[in-house]
Design a protein around this ligand. Structure first.
Ligand SMILES: [Zn+2]
Length: 390
């Protein structure tokens, strides 16, 4: 492992302290943080492009430096964090607190620690005579379904030059991660027909029809469990209902019921086909019975969010290189999702490797170990040397 000067460590700490001070909970604007990064990069002679959302309240930042030409390596992370609402924090959530070789604060692990390391490394990259370009890609709205990064990827796709490789610095304890499952979140709205419960047969009970669809999910789950891949934990695709709402009073046949389902699926599994089957059951088997009583009743499915799985070849050059840069050859998959599958679909080979652990992500008193940040800085140092020698 490369040794670090105290200057490097102090710079990472100072940058992380700044990044943590911006409340970039996904529902808030991330523009203050983005402008802080933009100005920081400008002072180092690196220009960046902001890609805004429609309301211009949030933006992705894309920067590129080094030589002209196609290819190169992208370092990517999301700037938003999950809410602290209802969590019991003993440290302040939106400032850095140092305690026992750890930095505390919302986003320290997921994933402002990585962004701080990347920003601290920019002067080194900018000074080197790089043989390939480096891209920085910082997105918004990752935590609410990998939404923001999509416009950044569209921007890359329409650019004449594109990176070949990407490292996403989600917290993996600096282990090179080559895969994760994909996810589809789906809402189902069942519209029935209300009436006095004493005349129940004259109504269409939305809750009871919803229950039949949910019951069908267990059949679907059993079918999904037959296809396994031991690289993942659990080694098969799963589907579950997470939220349900319906009914107004016990003496009224419920007019509406809404529930949300989520599928976590293996690479190679067709999630759409699974939901198509469920929709066929709802539309083909249940809806005619409902409509026979009330023509307005129906069942509607609505996709809430989705991201694809990631499965990068463990034997690929990228996987080998990331293992070398991170000085860690324990290749793994993770249970959580990332923007990696979207980059991969756009033709950018992607690995996940970043400081800190998701054991701390999303929890009260989120922290990152200083040692993890040092390891990340080492990886970036090694990447910089590789880019100037390649
Ligand atoms: Zn994250």
């Amino acid at each position: 492992m490369t040794l670090h000067s105290n200057d490097d460590q102090a710079e990472v700490r100072a940058l992380l302290s700044q990044l943590l001070s911006f409340d970039t909970t996904s529902r808030e604007s991330n523009l203050e943080l983005i402008h802080f990064i933009k100005t920081y990069l400008e002072e180092l002679g690196v220009s960046s492009t902001l890609i805004f959302n429609e309301e211009r309240t949030k933006a992705n930042l894309l920067a590129r430096f080094g030589p002209q030409g196609d290819g190169g390596v992208m370092l990517s992370g999301h700037t938003d964090v999950v809410p602290v609402d209802g969590q019991n924090w003993t440290f302040p959530a939106f400032e850095l607190t140092e305690h026992e070789q750890k930095y505390y604060g919302r986003g320290s692990a997921d994933m402002k620690g990585f962004i701080a390391c990347v920003l601290a490394a920019v002067p080194r990259f900018a000074k080197q005579r790089l043989k390939m370009p480096v891209y920085l890609a910082f997105s918004y709205d990752e935590e609410v379904g990998c939404l923001g990064v999509r416009s950044l990827i569209e921007h890359l796709k329409s650019s004449p030059e594109r990176p070949a490789l990407c490292i996403i610095g989600e917290p993996t304890s600096m282990k090179p991660v080559y895969g994760h499952k994909g996810k589809v979140a789906m809402r189902c709205n069942v519209r029935g027909h209300a009436c006095h419960s004493a005349y129940a047969p004259e109504g269409v009970n939305a809750i009871e029809y919803a229950a039949q669809i949910i019951g069908e999910l267990s059949q679907v789950s059993e079918a999904l469990a037959k296809h396994t891949d031991d690289q993942f934990d659990p080694p098969y695709s799963t589907i579950q209902t997470g939220v349900i709402k319906g009914g107004a009073a016990l003496n009224i046949v419920p007019e509406s019921c809404q529930f949300d389902m989520e599928m976590r699926y293996l690479p190679g599994v067709d999630a759409n086909a699974t939901f198509d089957k469920l929709e066929q059951f709802a539309k083909g088997t249940l809806e005619p019975k409902m409509k026979a009583i009330s023509s307005e009743s129906n069942i509607q499915f609505e996709k809430l969010s989705a991201y694809p799985p990631l499965l990068t070849d463990k034997q690929s050059d990228l996987a080998k290189w990331v293992g070398q840069w991170a000085d860690n050859a324990s290749y793994e998959t993770v249970a959580f999702g990332t923007e990696g599958g979207l980059f991969d679909e756009a033709g950018v080979a992607t690995m996940i490797c970043g400081p800190g652990s998701m054991d701390q992500g999303h929890k009260p008193n989120e922290f990152i170990e200083i040692d993890q940040l040092n390891r990340c800085s080492s990886m970036l140092h090694n990447l910089c040397s590789w880019l100037s020698e390649a």
